[in-house]
Design a protein around this ligand. Structure first.
Ligand code: UD1
Length: 340
């Protein structure tokens, strides 16, 4: 069984990917510093996969610690690098914190395993496109000046990986540009665990429905979209997790060389109001929502052209918006009754 190091493996996307790796016969090894995750997620994972996956508690900014990890794990076949800070607003307030964490961790990992034939998957984001000129946006669309330090870390990380390839690195690399991951595992045992007040739409919806928040505000209904609210390409986190397995499989082929990048979305946009209505309809919960002002830095609309992923990665989504909403709601109810 090929060993795959999953950095940030106890986080929202990381934990779901651990499950899909096991389902596909890989042996995930988790590294996480618990800065934005809960150690009890390991027990939750064990309930799903049948055993406790190996886990290193390590801050990847600790260069020596990462080097020691590379010595302890001499036969890693792949690395999926999730570990990063991701709150857009916070990155604007604390840029050094973001640049330091997101770059030191990436560089320390790349450096520690350099020279080995490792398949490397990088968590990138549709944020690299800003507001695209053409929709759906393709991978060849120009990368726009980043709106936030967070977005900038994704753009520069992609450049680092590209430069590394040009220099003839021992790594094969795929960057996955995620659209908006939502939902939770069908077992109801893992999901998103926002710390404090959620910034993202779907956790805010489910926390409002369960009564943790009084109401949800739709950030603007005067955009140039059919119902006036912003449009995003929401993707079920389990579909997203499977894209990482597809990326590993592609890099395992002889024909794959060097570096490539893929959009990971459904290829369809949904507005904020459509998401709210889908939640209400698919769960039977009434949501207390109001229309508020626009949020600074939001792009009006973005959704992905996913034909490259379909054709080359041989991957596409299977789960629709209703399943995303129902599973997010099941998880919110589970966590309300079984706090970790
Ligand atoms: C942003 C980033 C994305 C990043 C993600 C991580 C951009 C363009 N996108 O996603 O790259 O991975 O954060 O956190 O920088 N909304 C409301 N009310 C709310 C919350 C959100 O109306 O209470 C709206 C937003 O205005 C937006 C949509 O819901 O239109 C989705 O927002 P959110 O879930 O925060 O994700 P993005 O901002 O798209």
């Amino acid at each position: 069984m090929a060993k795959i190091l999953v950095t940030g493996g106890l986080g929202f996307i990381g934990s779901h990917t651990v499950v899909e790796l096991v389902n596909s016969g890989y042996e995930p090894i988790i590294v996480d510093d618990l800065s934005n995750s809960d150690p009890k997620i390991i027990d939750q994972l064990a309930k799903i996969i049948g055993y406790k996956p190996p886990f290193y508690k390590l801050d990847l900014c600790d260069e020596q610690g990462v080097k020691e990890l590379a010595v302890k794990e001499p036969d890693i076949a792949g690395i999926i690098h999730f570990a990063a800070f991701k709150a857009v607003g916070e990155s604007v307030q604390q840029p050094i914190k973001y640049y330091r964490n997101n770059f030191y961790s990436l560089l320390n990992v790349l450096n520690a395993f350099d020279g080995r034939p490792v398949n490397f998957v990088f968590s990138s984001s549709c944020t690299v496109y800003g507001q695209p000129d053409k929709l759906p946006v393709t991978e060849s669309a120009p990368v726009k000046a980043a709106e936030s330090p967070y977005g900038n870390t994704k753009q520069i990380a992609e450049e680092i990986l590209t430069d590394m390839q040009k220099a003839g690195s021992s790594y094969k690399v795929i960057s996955l540009r995620y659209f908006n991951p939502v939902g939770a595992h069908s077992s109801g045992l893992i999901g998103e665990l926002p710390i404090g007040v959620p910034q993202n739409l779907v956790p805010f919806i489910t926390q409002t429905a369960i009564g943790k928040r009084e109401k949800i505000t739709v950030f603007g209904n005067d955009y140039n979209t059919p119902d006036g609210s912003c449009i995003r390409d929401y993707i079920h986190v389990v579909d997203l997790a499977k894209a990482h397995v597809a990326a590993l499989k592609l890099m395992e082929t002889e024909t794959f060389k060097g570096y490539d990048v893929f959009n990971i979305g459904t290829g369809q946009g949904s507005s904020v109001l459509q998401v709210i209505h889908a939640f209400e309809q698919s769960t039977g919960q009434k949501l207390n929502y109001q229309i508020g002002p626009r949020r600074d830095g939001d792009v009006e609309q973005v959704w992905g052209d996913v034909s490259k992923s379909k054709n080359i990665l041989k991957w596409q989504t299977e789960l629709n918006l209703d399943v995303m909403m129902q599973s997010a709601w099941e998880w919110e109810k589970y966590i309300a009754q079984n706090p970790l």
